[in-house]
Design a protein around this ligand. Structure first.
Ligand code: DXP
Ligand SMILES: NCC(=O)COP(=O)(O)O
Length: 237
């Protein structure tokens, strides 16, 4: 069964809009765990526009499920992850001014850089994952960095699915097969939703985990958080 890790960035976006503590990010994470999600994901950005570094420190001792911290491995981020020691770190090559993550790593060009950081995280008992576009050479490059897993960047799939083109899932299935063949675990995320997740999960083999935030939190406005999380879990059975 594919695991669901809920990305709570957008809960923090809402909280930060007023400067107080509504909604309570920590409590929401605990409730999401109670509703059955198998993990919590956060993506602290250097400007702390949503999740703050202090949230990450406070979440760790409270969570009972897998904690996944995503981000660009700049020094401040590396130090935070090594201090907090989550179950998993996902490396994402974010440009500082990007509104959201918009590309995977070039694992061939940045192989030595990634290799070095991955070794450090793994030596600290942290599982590693690299955010990649669904291209076979990027999966092969990722395998050479020593990473435990890859995370397939699913925005292109979500876009084509919304336009009615189901064939957009094919490169993801091929990359998942290649990753498995090379001994890598397979995660996926970005713009997955109640609409497009079922087909993705059916078509892409060896899927260990999906991390989902933007759509899930938006859907929860209508359905409520408990119903929404449970609907996702049903789709992943
Ligand atoms: C790595 C990834 O796919 C992103 O979806 C990210 O975690 C979302 O970040 P924002 O919430 O800042 O858009
Ligand atoms: N890694 C992807 C993630 O955590 C959530 O992405 P999104 O659902 O907010 O697009």
């Amino acid at each position: 069964m594919t695991k669901l890790s809920v990305n709570i960035n957008k809960i923090a976006t809402l909280r930060n809009a007023r400067g107080g503590n509504i909604p309570n990010v920590l409590q929401t994470a605990l409730d999401i765990e109670k509703f059955g999600a198998q993990g919590i994901t956060v993506h602290p950005r250097p400007d702390e526009r949503h999740i703050r570094y202090s949230d990450v420190r406070e979440l760790k001792p409270l969570l009972k499920t897998e904690f996944n911290i995503e981000g660009n491995p700049v020094k401040k981020f590396i130090d935070l992850v090594l201090e907090v020691k989550p179950a998993q770190v996902t490396l994402v090559p974010d440009a500082e001014d990007a509104i959201t993550s918009n590309a995977g790593w070039d694992t061939v060009k940045h192989r030595n850089f990634l290799k070095e950081i991955i070794l450090e995280f793994k030596n600290n008992g942290i599982r590693t994952s690299i955010f990649v576009d669904p291209e076979i050479n990027q999966i092969e490059g990722a395998a050479q960095t020593g990473t435990d897993r890859i995370e397939l960047y699913t925005e292109a799939y979500a876009l084509t699915f919304a336009e009615g083109h189901k064939a957009g899932v094919k490169p993801y299935a091929e990359c998942a097969r290649k990753a498995h063949e090379l001994g890598l675990g397979v995660n996926a995320g970005h713009d997955l939703s109640l609409e497009n997740l079922k087909y993705f999960n059916e078509e892409v083999p060896f899927l260990d985990e999906v991390s989902i935030g933007h759509a899930l939190i938006s859907e929860a406005l209508y359905l409520g958080m408990e119903t929404t999380v449970k609907r996702y879990l049903e789709l992943l059975k």
